[in-house]
Design a protein around this ligand. Sequence first.
Ligand code: MF3
Ligand code: CO
Length: 250
Amino acid sequence: MIIIKSEREINYMRDAGKIVALALDAVRKIVEPGITTGELDEVARKVIAECDAIPTFKGYHGYPANICTSVNSEVVHGIPGSRILKEGDIVSVDCGALYNGYNGDSAVTFPVGKVSPEAIALMDITRECLEKAIEQAVVGNRLGAISHAVQTHAEAAGYGVVRDYVGHGIGRKMHEDPPIPNVGEPDKGPKLKAGMVLAIEPMINIGTYEVKTLGDGWTVVTKDGKYSAHFEHTVAITENGPSILTKLDQ
Ligand code: MF3
Ligand code: CO
């Protein structure tokens, strides 16, 4: 069942989203060669705490940290810790916050120092996949239009689109209906309605779309060891078009 949010609820979600955006921006400012992923986690934790919000991920099915930090061939759910980021790495940072009973969820892949042209292209295309998906988040479209926008843009660049993990509805709970695959057909899936709030999150690999989970039970990596990128926004569908709730400037 897809839960429709009122305008008032969407504004609450905008507050939660803004906090996530602030946390990710604070992380962005300190990403550089030599820093550990654990230090990134600590900065995000502080921002969320200073905003009197709750880091949604911490304790979620036993997840041990405030954010996910997924480096290079890690796709999602990398656990922050003593790993030192080095020049040429890319790090996907995923962050969620609960505020006034509502969630925000967003992810960005950052370059660490100077990275390869291949890595930059991957990040650019993945960001564009998210932008194109958001353009499809309009009343009257079917959910498949969002999935299709991601798949066609990524595959045109020769990339693999992760199938095993998907976006999701979001609200009082971080994960609500509907699941939002990053592959699909535009005429399939439920019709999009005003008041739906979706966490859209393309996960795109340079090589194969196949992934596996490491022995820590969390970290998802590409099967071929090639780089992966991840961008995510929480987006409300309104009569006036898509409204990104996890933007910094709002
Ligand atoms: N942000 C992720 C998602 O979009 C969830 C992170 S999993 C957690 O679904 F365990 F870290 F919370
Ligand atoms: Co999400």
